[in-house]
Design a protein around this ligand. Structure first.
Ligand code: NI
Length: 174
């Protein structure tokens, strides 16, 4: 059993900083990835980026129902179409907002063996890819909202305070 990490929430400066590329894929990274799977399932969420556990490296883990996977140094190859979805984020506990993003997203990166991988995600999986890559760039879901929605989100964040319990029945958190 690998100890889980505390998920950093809005207000933590680590969430606003761009992460650095992974230069070494080793046992330490594999151990960290295992811990991040547990942290993601515990939350529960369908995606978790390294900066969300305080690690400023470019990788994220995800599982939209097909089993756990990791993508290291990910890049968007292609993003097409448009899909609106009520998106949540583990670093913005209790908040969910409709965000418009591309529908079909192809990403490339490395797996834990250092092999090149290309993965295409439709709807929720595509959204996870874009949301987590945003985290690696220091961008939060809040930054993707329209001005009025963003103001409403900031007000909700102020009112609930940090570490508020997450309401049941919310949508997937990424
Ligand atoms: Ni998130």
């Amino acid at each position: 059993m690998v100890p889980t990490h505390t998920i950093r929430v809005f207000g933590d400066p680590v969430l606003k900083r761009p992460a650095a590329p992974v230069t070494e894929i080793d046992g330490a990274l594999a151990t960290l990835v295992d811990a991040m799977y547990d942290t993601m399932y515990d939350a529960p969420g369908v995606g978790l980026a390294a900066p969300q556990v305080g690690v400023q490296k470019r990788f994220f883990v995800y599982d939209v129902g097909d089993g756990p996977a990791v993508l290291i140094n990910p890049e968007v190859v292609e993003a097409t179409g448009e899909w609106t979805y009520e998106e949540g984020c583990l670093s913005l506990p209790g908040l969910a907002f409709e965000v418009v993003r591309p529908k079909v997203v192809t990403v490339r990166g490395l797996d834990l063996d250092g092999n090149d991988v290309v993965v295409q995600g439709d709807e929720l999986l595509g959204r996870v890819f874009l949301h987590e890559i945003d985290h690696l760039d220091g961008v939060l879901m809040l930054d993707r909202l329209e001005r009025d929605e963003r103001k409403r989100a900031m007000r909700l964040l102020r009112e609930q305070g940090m570490g508020a319990p997450t309401p049941a029945g919310r949508r997937h958190a990424l």
